[in-house]
Design a binder for this molecule. Structure first.
Ligand code: ADP
Ligand code: TRP
Length: 321
């Protein structure tokens, strides 16, 4: 089974990215043919700063490796190092109905947040479909917000197959139920664009400030509260053992859950959980040349796979004359 997913290097990665996408991907390392990449071309739809994009790409790569991705057990590369994806994007865009792309809510959401309404932002889902179809992925682990983009990829695969003959695998999304949407500090979906995140690699005072800023209601300590509606509890349970989660759950239901103490315990859990990864990330960033080599080797391997598909596609549509 081929499992593939990508992540944008457009800001500090946060615990929503970790539970929604990175952890599920890393868990596929042992039992699947795994493809993981940093989507710098997608990030260009919101980042127009040379240094931020380049540094962000290296950092996102270091993050993944620090969190346990082993480049010997997967293909790990930077999207723009395999330019074939741009050619496939064009070919797919000639099949993509305007209505299908116009319906994508992520475009509308991003414009509403002030991102410039460029053609690149609009056709973002077609580049993403090309990412997936080029490698013939069977399964794509993503958070719930990406489900519609997966549907676009499926539609385009089917459309191509119908018009030009069976060529692409029709990919399935894999959305883990319990971490489909990790809430942010304010209870909305945690997202770089809402400034409500807990970044994975934040430390010390800055991390404490974030954790203490998790919004909670004003119910007095002794009164019963509903844990399901509480974003503090929903974040806490991602890090605590099942036994401890159960104890805190009981305090919510019976009364006695003190938000301040739960936040301090969460801070400790976060620090324990990511200590080793933080150390490893710094080791990678201290040696960017090694990182670049790992990514270049990954790109070579990815490119070999990509050209096999693209040759067939070129032939099917009539570009091989
Ligand atoms: P952001 O919203 O912070 O910009 P991205 O859109 O770059 O995050 O998402 C990268 C990956 O992480 C995607 O697979 C996405 O579904 C997942 N993801 C992002 N935020 C969350 C969240 N709050 N909960 C679960 N998964 C998430
Ligand atoms: N659009 C995805 C996101 O914002 C990133 C992405 C680009 C992706 N290409 C992909 C995810 C291919 C899975 C497969 O999170």
């Amino acid at each position: 089974m081929k499992v593939l997913s990508g992540i944008q290097p457009s800001g500090q990665l946060h615990i929503g990215n970790y539970f929604g996408m990175m952890k599920p991907m890393i868990s596929h390392m042992e039992n699947s043919e795994l493809y993981v990449f940093i989507v710098d071309l997608h990030a260009m739809t919101s980042v127009h700063d040379r240094d931020r994009l380049a540094q962000g790409t290296l950092e996102a790569a270091a993050d993944f490796l620090a969190l346990g991705l082993d480049p010997g057990k997967c293909i790990f590369w930077v999207q723009s190092d395999v330019p074939e994806v741009c050619e496939l994007t064009w070919i797919l865009s000639t099949l993509a109905p305007m209505g299908l792309i116009e319906r994508c809510h992520s475009y509308k959401d991003k414009i509403a947040k002030g991102i410039a309404a460029t053609h690149g932002l609009f056709s973002y889902p077609i580049l993403m479909a090309a990412d997936i179809l080029l490698y013939q992925a069977d399964v794509v682990p993503v958070g719930k917000d990406q489900k519609q983009h997966l549907e676009v990829a499926r539609d385009l695969a089917q459309k191509f197959n119908n018009e030009f003959g069976q060529t692409f695998v029709v990919p399935e999304p894999a959305i883990s139920q319990e971490t489909a949407v990790v809430p942010g500090l304010d209870g909305q979906k945690m997202s770089k664009s809402y400034d409500n995140t807990i970044p994975i690699f934040l430390e010390g005072k800055q991390l404490k400030k974030r954790v203490m800023a998790i919004e909670t209601d004003a119910t007095p300590v002794d009164e019963p509260k509903n844990p399901a509606n509480c974003n503090l509890f929903n974040i806490f349970k991602l890090f605590a053992s099942p036994e401890r989660t159960e104890e805190i759950h009981r305090l919510y239901v019976d009364g006695g859950a003190a938000y301040g103490y739960i936040k301090l315990e969460l801070l400790e859990l976060l620090n324990d959980f990511f200590t080793q990864a933080r150390r490893k990330k710094n080791e990678y960033l201290d040696d960017p040349q090694m990182l670049r080599e790992i990514l270049a080797q990954g790109a070579d391997r990815a490119r070999k796979k990509a050209t096999v598909t693209l040759d067939i596609v070129r032939d099917r549509v009539g570009l091989n004359y």
